[in-house]
Each structure stands twice: as C-alpha cells, then as structure tokens.
Design a protein around this ligand. Structure first.
Ligand code: NAD
Length: 503
C-alpha cells in the first residue's frame, strides 16, 4: 500500500488486488490546506496504461463477482462497515488534515460511509423485483435486477469518504466491479476506504483505485467501451464533459453536480432557529457543500432583525485549523478555491451588493500557512446578481430581500441549479406549498439545506443532475438494470396480445 522514507510516505494504486506504482513513474503531493508545511503523502500520477490495467482487472473480476450470491457479497460489506466504524476517529483526523473541514464534520463524513455501507449491505437480501400475473394461462412473469459490468466512480474532494461509499457500495452489492478515481485533493481518504474493502475480503479486481488527474484518468474511463456505468459527482462543467465523452459508447451516466441552494425565511419564522440554520447551512464545511445554503431569501418584514443577528453570529465564528476542537470553520480546500472566493467577493462588490461582514482572506499568524477566509455575508443582493446565481463553493452567503411567499419561491427557483431548498415558517400551508413548488431534489422545512440521510434518494434537478439519484434504494437503479422474464409452462405457443379469447 505504501513505501515510507524518513520524510515521505508514498501511496500506490490498487489494481487487481495489488498495491502498485503507476507505470508513469510520476507522483503528486497532497498537503494540508490549513498548513501547507504538512505533507500528507505522495500519490501516483496515473496514466492511460494504469487505467487500462484497472479496467482489464475489473472486467475479468466481473465474471466471477456477478455470480456470487448477493447475500454473500453483502456479508463482505457488513464487515467493511464494521471496520470503518472501528477506525472512525483515525479516518476523520486524516480527512481533516487532507481537506480541512472540522473534526465534527469529518466524523460525520465517515459516519455517512458507515451508514451507507450498512444500509446497502442490507440490499444484499432485498433488491426486490416484481412478480405479476401473466395475461396468458400457465405463464409466469417477473422482473429481476441484473448488474451492468465495470463501473467508473469519479468523486470530488468535499465528502472524501461519504461520496465514494454512495457509489462503490451499491455498485458492489448489485454485482458490478469498480474502477475508482478520487479527487486529487483527497486521495488518502479514498485509499483508506479501498484498503478496508480489501481487508473485508472483497476479491482481487472487484475494486480498483487509480489516483491522478481528471483528464489523465477520467478521460480514459469515460471513453472506454468496457466501462458500462460512469457515476460522477463534481462540478457542472466537468459533468458535461463526462456526459459528452461517455455518449458515443452509450454507457449509463449518473451525474451529481453543482448547486445554488436557498433558505427562505418567512415573516412568521422562528428567527433564532433560522439564524442557526443559515450559519450551519452557509458556513458549514466552509461553504464547500453541494447543498450549502449560499442564498438566503428573507421576508422584508423580518429582514433587518434577521440580518443583524445573522451578521453578528457569522462574525463570531472561530476560523482555524479543523483539528483544533475550538475551530468552527476550517480553510478553503486549496489556493485555487480561495482565489475563487476572493474573485466572487470582488464581483459582489462591483455588482453593488452590501458587504455586511467578512470579505477578506485571513493571513499571517496562525493563518499564514493555510487558505483561510472570513465568513462573508452580502446583504441587499438582487436575485439576478452573479453572486446569487453562480456556485461559489466558499464561505460567502447572499441575503436577498423579498416581499411575499410567492416572490420567495420565484427567487428560489430562479437559478440554473436544483439541488436543495428550505423554508423557515410556522404556517403549515406555506410549508406544504413550498415543498410542492420548489423544483429541487431535496427540500427541508425548518431546517437548513444540508443534512441528508442515506436511506432517502439524494440528487438534484436542472443543472445539478441528469435524472438519476444516489442513496436510498434509488441508487440500485443506477447500478443495475431490469430484466423481464417470462416462463411459459403451457407446452404450446401462446401469443401475447393475440390469443386473448380464451377465458
Ligand atoms: P470537479 O468537477 O473539479 O472534479 C470532480 C472529479 O472529476 C474529480 O475527481 C476530478 O479529478 C474529476 N475530473 C476532472 N476532469 C475530468 C474529466 N475530464 N473526466 C473525468 N473526470 C474528471 O469538482 P470538485 O472541485 O472536485 O468538487 C466540487 C464540485 O462538486 C462542486 O461543483 C459541487 O457542487 C460538486 N458536488 C456535487 C455534489 C452533488 O451531490 N450534487 C456533491 C458534492 C460536490
């Protein structure tokens, strides 16, 4: 798995049950975004030849794995869930070092992988199909799920263990094999997850890990005829490329992409509760969640008291290294992500929004070696402004005033994305109307836009997704396809839709 010198640990790819170096001989570094002096490790910069080897291994392993009874496959996954649970604290600490979010949140990320693995392992004894009466005598009709083959799993850095688990575990329980390409910013969490699957007894070739650049590794996966499913989570731009490159080979493509999620605070809301929700939704994970509440639409009659309280609480957030238990918000994940945040702060200023708090990177002292930024709130934002339309993926929240419930819904839906939305109100009629009228994949009442649980479908509409969902039993639809089976035990030719006269 690794080779270690006094200074550096080098991590390998996992192909066909062995930990191997890239044939390129090239590597890349992974450093802590809170402290760039902290080198986490060196990882393989893979190329086409590595990916092809991994696809070969996955294709070979598929012929055996698909025939292993699903309850037996599930036993290995239950074991894996147990191993993740035993190592939760270590995995969470590694993850905080690797991508910066605070320990409470990385523990939550690992917990989500545990929950998903247990939940999906349970599907080893379900994967229900249908049995229906046939329209003809002495004929049996049913549908069964069948696996598809080699699945490419391509994941982002913001949920380094949860998101891979949402894809890899349902793929395996359905009988597929996997080539996993994690984000270059979080290879260690990916590697630890795969190591656990190896230890749990998943056979060689069933799960393969290839680290490296998006185009170097990703393009080979999406273009390959032998890959039958691509499950991708990441930005909308890269998702479009993945979709286009996958199209010529007609593979199944599951895309989970960007968001511009909204919390709507109505005039009858519990304002204290709404402020709590907006803080957690807006600044949790440093705003780097696909479901982050980067827009807050507030009814004009409570706008000022809400904004005053929200700004006061955001100013008081303690920013720092996520490993410090006092820290409430960690760094941005990379220099590039911090630059994007600064770029959007500048755009917001130029567009004429009111900078209510924050607006600057944090530099010097404890912040000198990381990518820190103040929690930032723009007030008096117009719905058409870029800061209210485009995904920023940082600690920047736009507060937009509105005159009515109807206007809040219109503003809420008025973006190209459709992942998550929420409303704070005490009016049950409004809550249900908003639940119906917000065109998003996820909706919350009196809670922020984040907090999904693994046993319900997860995903979004419009530029967030392409109609699939992960998590819940919906994930089985991504990683299996239906076969309808008819068994005629009449001993004669019976023609459906034609031989209908006989009673
Ligand atoms: P990204 O799109 O830059 O990268 C995602 C993955 O795609 C990475 O592993 C990357 O290496 C890979 N990739 C890059 N180019 C590729 C190519 N040509 N072919 C195949 N793969 C390629 O996204 P990111 O910066 O890692 O993550 C942030 C984005 O992810 C945000 O837009 C966020 O909203 C989104 N996200 C969405 C969800 C969701 O469920 N909707 C969840 C988490 C994150």
């Amino acid at each position: 798995m690794v080779s270690t010198t006094a200074k550096t640990t080098t991590y390998f790819n996992f192909i066909d049950g062995s930990w191997v170096q890239s044939v390129s001989g090239n590597v890349f570094e992974n450093r802590n975004p809170a402290n760039q002096d902290d080198l986490i490790g060196v990882f393989q910069r893979s190329t086409r030849a590595d990916v092809e080897r991994a696809i070969d291994a996955a294709a070979r392993a598929y012929e055996g794995w698909r025939l292993v009874p699903a309850p037996r496959r599930a036993e290995l996954l239950f074991r894996a869930a147990q191993l993740i649970a035993e190592r939760k604290e270590l995995l969470a600490r590694d993850m905080t070092r690797e991508m910066g979010k605070i320990l409470d949140e990385t523990r939550g990320d690992v917990q989500e992988a545990i929950d998903m693995t247990y939940f999906m392992a349970g599907e080893g004894r379900r994967q229900y199909g249908q049995t229906v009466p046939s329209e003809l005598r002495d004929k049996f009709a049913m549908s069964v799920r069948q696996p598809l083959g080699v699945c490419a799993v391509i994941t982002p850095w913001n949920f380094p263990m949860a998101i891979p688990s949402w894809k890899i575990i349902p793929a395996l329980v359905c009988g597929n094999t996997v080539v996993f390409k994690p984000a270059t910013l979080t290879p260690l969490s990916a590697l630890s997850f795969v190591k656990i699957l190896e230890e749990a007894g998943v056979p060689p070739g069933v799960v393969n890990l290839v680290t490296g650049g998006g185009a170097d590794v990703g393009d080979v996966l999406t273009a390959s005829d032998r890959v039958r499913v691509v499950s991708f989570t990441g930005s909308t731009d890269v998702g479009r490329t993945v979709s286009e490159k996958s199209a010529p080979s007609f593979k199944k493509v599951h895309l989970e992409m960007g968001g511009k999620n909204v919390i709507m605070v109505m005039d009858d809301a519990d304002l204290e509760l709404a402020v709590e929700g907006c803080l957690w939704g807006g600044f949790g994970t440093t705003g780097q969640r696909c479901t982050a509440a980067s827009r807050v639409v507030v009814h004009e009659s409570v706008y000022k008291p809400f904004l005053d309280r929200f700004v006061q609480r955001a100013r008081a957030l303690r920013v720092g290294d996520g490993l410090d238990p006092r820290t409430q918000m960690g760094p941005s994940v990379s220099a590039g992500q911090l630059e994007t945040v600064q770029k959007y702060v500048e755009i917001g200023r130029r567009e004429g929004a009111t900078l209510a708090c924050g607006g600057h990177p944090l530099i010097g002292g404890d912040y000198a070696k990381g990518f820190f930024h103040e929690p930032t709130i723009f007030a008096d934002v117009q719905p058409s402004m870029r800061i209210a339309q485009e995904e920023i993926f940082g600690p920047v929240v736009s507060v937009v005033p509105c005159k009515s419930f109807e206007e809040a819904i219109e503003i809420g839906n008025g973006v190209s994305y459709g992942l998550s939305a929420s409303i704070y109100t005490r009016d049950i009629n409004r809550a249900f109307a908003a639940m119906r009228d917000m065109y998003t994949g996820i909706f919350y009442v009196n809670a922020p836009t984040i907090g999904a649980e693994v046993h319900l479908p997860f995903g979004g509409t419009k530029a967030t997704g392409n109609g699939h969902r992960e998590a819940g039993t919906a994930a089985l639809d991504v990683f299996s396809e239906w076969k309808s089976v008819y068994v005629d035990f009449s001993g004669r030719l019976q023609r459906a839709q034609i031989d209908t006269a006989e009673l």
